[in-house]
Write a protein that binds this ligand. Structure first.
Ligand SMILES: [Zn+2]
Length: 206
């Protein structure tokens, strides 16, 4: 896949992420305008978390830590009561990302700190390549709708370089392909390779 394609997908992801975050900000603004006490509690909690980090970093006394933990606990309880009354919970403060696994970043970080492609990004790349292969129209073009009458039943070794007619040949190919699909999960099943010059339509001869 071209780098520009991946770049375009990631720009799309960035837009989706920004939209989800802006949407949440808008929701929060309305919520806080109507519930200033809740806003006040959340702001105070954020300051307390910051203060707590400082206490831990500076290795301050356990007494100070206990005091701050108590304050946090009390405020959290107050916050939860307000949220419950408003029929809200913590998840209402998370942007509504389309992919909850990677938060629309396309990448997931594992426990070793290494990042890997999220399945949503893999699927996106697959879809693009799939459509490029012109096989995205499977509901119309499939084995059920395949018409072998389009192939001549004339046997002409000189013309077709085969002892069987093109129709007989395509029927055999269809049989092989069907067999391949039905045995796809069989480890002993061999692969199918379609070769030929560009634009000549790939074919199998026997
Ligand atoms: Zn994802």
């Amino acid at each position: 896949m071209q780098n520009s394609t991946l770049k375009n997908i990631l720009i799309e992801y960035d837009k989706k992420r920004t939209y989800a975050e802006a949407e949440l900000e808008e929701k929060k603004k309305i919520l806080f305008d109507n519930n200033p006490e809740l806003k006040n509690i959340i702001d105070t909690l954020n300051n307390l978390y910051l203060e707590k980090s400082k206490i831990i970093l500076l290795n301050n006394t356990k007494k100070k830590l206990d005091i701050i933990n108590k304050k946090i606990m009390d405020l959290k309880n107050k916050k939860n009561i307000i949220l419950k009354n408003l029929n809200l919970n913590e998840s209402d403060f998370i942007p509504n990302y389309s992919c909850k696994m990677c938060n629309d970043t396309g990448f997931i970080q594992n426990e070793n700190g290494l990042s890997s492609m999220c399945s949503c990004l893999k699927q996106k790349i697959f879809d693009i390549n799939y459509n490029k292969c012109n096989i995205g129209n499977l509901d119309k073009e499939n084995f059920e709708t395949f018409n072998d009458n389009l192939y001549s039943d004339e046997i002409n070794i000189e013309k077709y370089n085969s002892k069987v007619s093109p129709r007989e040949n395509i029927k055999n190919i269809k049989k092989i392909c069907n067999n391949f699909i039905n045995n796809f999960d069989n480890a002993d099943e061999k692969n199918l390779l379609f070769t030929g010059n560009t634009g000549l339509r790939k074919n199998i001869s026997f």
